[in-house]
Ligand binder design. Structure first.
Ligand code: FES
Ligand code: FES
Length: 155
């Protein structure tokens, strides 16, 4: 066990964790942030993507202990429970960019930092940015449309 101090969704967190605990399990089971989904648990599907110090990271490939002192954001940080959706979430809703929704949190958490770095992305850049996230339902077209719309439309 070790002491772990970090910031999660703007809140200071102080917990005791097993050295081998994955960040994905820490977020879901220790903190109850179940918006982060776990699919393959081997770095392939992207469903578990969160942001660590502003960068998209697969939380199934990172130990909770490695997040010591970091700022971690999960999909729950994108909007308040009763507040408006983020621009990207709203674009996903309007463009039907999700069906079962299992992959959606991972896409959103990968794409938010991408849009910060690429405020006017081309379709090719969006497709490249999506390459690390798998979706079994949508065929990706609507996701690409949503990302481009979120970049173009006023927030
Ligand atoms: Fe982490 Fe699939 S659950 S990449
Ligand atoms: Fe079902 Fe993507 S919406 S896996």
């Amino acid at each position: 066990m070790r002491e772990l101090v970090l910031t999660v969704n703007g809140r200071s967190v102080h917990e005791h964790v097993d050295d081998r605990l994955l960040l994905s399990d820490f977020l879901r089971h220790s903190l109850g942030l179940r918006g982060t989904h776990v699919g393959c648990e081997q770095g392939v599907c992207g469903a578990c993507t969160v942001q660590v110090d502003g960068r998209a990271v697969r939380s199934c490939l990172m130990l909770a202990a490695q997040a010591e002192g970091c700022h971690v954001e999960t999909v729950e940080a994108l909007a308040e429970p009763d507040g408006p959706l983020s621009a990207l979430q709203d674009a996903f809703r309007r463009h039907h960019a999700l069906q079962c929704g299992f992959c959606t949190a991972g896409f959103l958490m990968s794409l938010e930092p991408f849009l910060r770095d690429h405020p006017e992305p081309t379709e090719a850049e969006v497709r490249e940015a999506l390459a690390g996230n798998l979706c079994r339902c949508t065929g990706y077209e609507a996701i690409v449309e949503a990302v481009i719309a979120a970049a173009r439309e006023p927030r």
